[in-house]
Design a protein around this ligand. Structure first.
Ligand code: ATP
Ligand code: MG
Length: 176
């Protein structure tokens, strides 16, 4: 049987994909024979913390990976299981084989380490601004969010009126 130890997995929700994610993806693609990008919480959309569908996030990833010249990848949407003891098996069942996982999330690191995977960290890249939460906040407040994401991702967001959606689902009809 083939040894897939140099096949790697990167996990995120990508709500939306930003330049911090791209740093990890670039490093992982360069160090690995094959990269799988898992789109976590794939079942959610139209929520303040999860505004985009798995399909829209798929388009963002595809566009950004092409812009970055990365070709050795697969993209796999992964729904939450809400049963953490079985989470790693669930991810494994959905993705091409992988031997290493790139994550900076302590909880994800713990689950994959317990399951015997090699877990690699990549440095957090300007986390104060490169975070999905900050991108969404700037969209709501009409501040500059475009500089935080690859230009191809901004194009996808524009094509689906992503900013309009994030604003609509983040406001209420309650008069304060
Ligand atoms: P949100 O604020 O919506 O939770 P997020 O920026 O935390 O978004 P996620 O989609 O939750 O991003 O993806 C989490 C994965 O991306 C983790 O492994 C995390 O460490 C990595 N990541 C997020 N931001 C950065 C960054 N600035 N530099 C490096 N890795 C990052
Ligand atoms: Mg996060």
């Amino acid at each position: 049987m083939k040894d897939f130890s140099d096949y790697a997995l990167v996990l995120g929700r990508f709500q939306p994909l930003h330049n911090g994610h791209m740093e990890v993806i670039r490093k992982c693609a360069a160090e690995s024979e094959h990269l799988t990008v898992g789109i976590g919480s794939a079942q959610y959309s139209h929520l303040p913390d999860n505004p985009f569908t798995a399909g829209e996030r798929y388009l963002m990833l595809e566009a950004a990976l092409e812009e970055a010249g990365i070709e050795n990848y697969s993209i796999v949407p992964i729904e939450d299981l809400n049963r953490y003891s079985a989470w790693v098996s669930h991810v494994k069942a959905m993705c091409p084989p992988f031997g290493a996982v790139y994550t900076n999330n302590p909880f994800t690191r713990r689950l994959f380490t317990e399951a015997g995977y090699s877990v690699k960290e990549s440095p957090m890249y300007n986390r104060a601004i490169y975070s999905g939460t900050e991108v969404r906040r700037r969209m709501v407040c009409d501040e500059d969010w475009r500089s935080l994401v690859p230009s191809s991702v901004a194009d996808v967001i524009d094509s689906i009126d992503g900013v309009g959606r994030v604003k609509d689902i983040s406001t209420t009809d309650t008069v304060m």
